[in-house]
Design a protein around this ligand. Structure first.
Ligand SMILES: C[S@@+](CC[C@H](N)C(=O)[O-])C[C@H]1O[C@@H](n2cnc3c(N)ncnc32)[C@H](O)[C@@H]1O
Length: 327
């Protein structure tokens, strides 16, 4: 054997050993091979589904960072609906799944995704995208967060009201800020590590359900007039047509309120000050009309909500907070 053959042999041998070790040790790798999934990551999505029931039959789904397509296979199986996968890499064909090759941080890619979503929007946005890891923890974390933010911005543009967003995040010092930003846009948000994630991995999945398209946010202040009383005796006020329940108030009261909780179709507030009249700026500078993201699906939401609102005004039984929160 000459030297170059010897080097080749050693490298190949090393590869074989690594592959053998992986095959022997990696339960999900083996399972994916056996069950015909393109990646072991398929089982992460299956476990997320078991944990949080994120995909329903008929859902329209966009998967960002989708190659080689393990999540796409699972998403299609679970929903049976329209599914789009986007990746820098080419995704080999999956029956019934649309694919697009592009960078999720590029405007041109977002345009394509918006086209797919159409006016009605999509039910679920998934993102398992990962940057090429360098081994430099801080750098990898920062590049991961950049992808997470691109996916989040995309989700805000295309999700239907009450839609779901699931995104893989590499943990680090920017995690909390990202997590809080997601929490501000969805009713239920939690972080979850599926069993199929490698124990050595810093990845964690943020699962966000019930996308909020309400014009208001928790913690904001408004000056309002109490217009009606709900069945439970709480006062009802409106901010830009959005229903707010305000405890211990009466019809005709002018009050400064603080938003305590926001649900897709109504919110809860507490009165923090009694006023003699509504001030010039009843919104206290809150950017009600100036949200940077107007969801594509805003019209869809209006159409959906219209009949509900009429009933609510005539005969409203405010749901208890616990009923809505219990998941
Ligand atoms: C862990 S893999 C996804 C695996 C996939 N969920 C599956 O089950 O097969 C991460 C993917 O993110 C993609 N990716 C990374 N940066 C991207 C970007 N800026 N735009 C689109 N895809 C990106 C990579 O090309 C890679 O295919």
């Amino acid at each position: 054997m000459n030297l170059s053959n010897f080097i080749y042999y050693v490298i190949e041998d090393g590869r074989d050993e690594r592959d053998m070790a992986r095959n022997q040790k990696d339960y999900y790798y083996d399972l994916a091979q056996k069950e015909g999934y393109r990646s072991r990551a398929s089982y992460k999505l299956k476990q997320i589904q078991q944990q949080a029931n994120i995909i329903n039959r008929g859902d329209t789904i966009v998967d960002l960072g989708a190659a080689p397509g393990g999540w796409l296979q699972v998403a299609k199986e679970l929903s049976g609906g329209r599914v789009l996968g986007v990746d820098l890499q080419k995704i080999e064909e999956i029956p019934g799944v649309t694919t697009y090759r592009g960078d999720i941080t590029a405007d041109s890619t977002i345009e394509k995704i918006l086209e797919f979503a159409g006016k009605g929007g999509v039910d679920v946005v998934l993102c398992d995208a990962a940057p090429n890891l360098t081994g430099n923890w801080a750098l990898d974390h920062a590049r991961g967060i950049e992808l997470n933010r691109a996916a989040f911005e995309c989700a805000k543009k295309i999700l239907k009201p009450k839609g779901t967003f699931v995104v893989k995040v590499f943990q680090g010092d920017m995690f909390k800020e990202f997590f809080d930003d997601v929490k501000n846009e969805f009713v239920h948000v939690k972080a979850y590590t599926p069993q199929a994630s490698r124990s050595t991995s810093a990845e964690i999945y943020v699962i966000a359900k019930k996308f909020l398209t309400a014009p208001i946010r928790k913690g904001q202040h408004y000056a309002v007039e109490i217009k009606e009383l709900g069945a439970s005796g709480d006062g009802i006020a409106y901010v830009d047509d959005f229903v707010l329940f305000v405890k211990e108030t009466n019809v005709g009261d002018f009050v400064k309120i603080k938003i305590k909780d926001v649900k897709p179709n109504f919110g809860f507030a507490e009165a923090v000050e009694t006023l003699t009249e509504l001030p010039a700026d009843p919104k206290y500078g809150n950017p009600v009309q100036q949200r940077t993201q107007t969801p594509l699906s805003a019209d869809f939401e209006r159409e959906e909500r219209m009949p509900l609102r009429n009933t609510s005004r005539d005969n409203y039984r405010p749901p208890k907070q616990d009923e809505e929160d219990g998941e």
